[in-house]
Write a protein that binds this ligand. Sequence first.
Ligand code: ASP
Length: 427
Amino acid sequence: MVSFKSLSLTTRIVIGMFAGILIGAIIQFGFPDNNFVKEYIVEGLFFVGGKVFVNSLKMLVVPLVFVSLICGTCSLSDPSKLGRLGGKSILLYLATTAIAITTAITLALVIAPGEGQDLVSDATFAAKEAPSLSQVLVNIMPSNPIESMAKGNMLQIIMFALLFGIAISLSGESGKRIADFFNDLNVVVMKLVVILMNLAPYGVFFLMAKLFSEIELSTIGNLLKYFLVVLLALFIHALVTYPVILKLLSGLNPVIFIRKMRDAALFAFSTASSNATIPVTLETATKKMGVHNNVASFTVPLGATINMDGTAIMQGVATVFIAQIYGVDLNINDYLMVILTATLASVGTAGVPGVGLIMLAMVLQQVGLPVEGIALIMGVDRLLDMTRTAVNVTGDTMVTCIVAKSEKELDIEVYRNPWAGHKDERL
Ligand code: ASP
């Protein structure tokens, strides 16, 4: 008999996921009105277990990004490289998002998920104020780095760590001592990531069991077409667009890439948060894909913050869907506006569950569609949120690989080795 522990981490997470879905479904259909189950198992055990797991991942994000980015910056032989890294990755992040939303709009226009539907919804949606672009830009420079860390403001933390790293590399002997300290700290923090990743099968089990014991799958019935169009666009983007871009821009084998993305995608799927997945994405990029830390430590957290291809896909399909339901005709200028706004909105979307819907309000307002339309699709958003987060994270890693390859910061032996990083996942 093989023991659970001897299985690979991916297999263990998948088992945890399906066991959770099964138990959740049994509770939903077998014990619909059982107060004990609801109170002690679903809201008790599952809630606590899932929350503790997600919190443990989030706990690592700030120290990990800060420490590894400092290590990355001070190991850069040529600080001017930073500008190039930043330029390339931001350009690629924006371009892939624009492609994503264009695919989504095209598919939605062809399949027309909202035609002939007569949905009435009594749910209401109060749009939260979306930050303006100038505010997003001003906010990049932290006025108080400790506050940025306390609040988990990723762009500010990135900014501070970059400046700190540059200062270290310019500080001679003292800088070298500090750099050694941060390098050691990085090893320790990465070990902590591995420890927590090994708890993932249980954490994922709790998250799935809670979700599936409560989720109203019947709402999917009404919105089936919308749901399927978003899923289809997400799959096309992840399994066709990304492989083509990766091959064209870096020459790397896309099959290896997709295979190595499994763990990070599973984490993203179960947590619905690119931010909480940063530790795993960083581990995947460095240990499995062979990207050097000086690139990955910068591009991964940046991507988790500003690159949301999956979210943009949902927004594209949702906009067309809502326009069709309300019988509003959008013209080509409106669609261009949607592409532009959704691409910029993704810069301001935080990598946490559900924000994509809030930013959708900004896109709808731009083209004069009723924001209440969001209430229609809210019911099925959780499952889509999980799937689009997996796409968001895949996009971050792909851009990371392309940029690293172009900067000669990718170890091709590691990339090609199917077992790379597996040993590091064990405790
Ligand atoms: N949950 C997504 C993420 O963290 C953002 C969203 O689409 O709501 O990447």
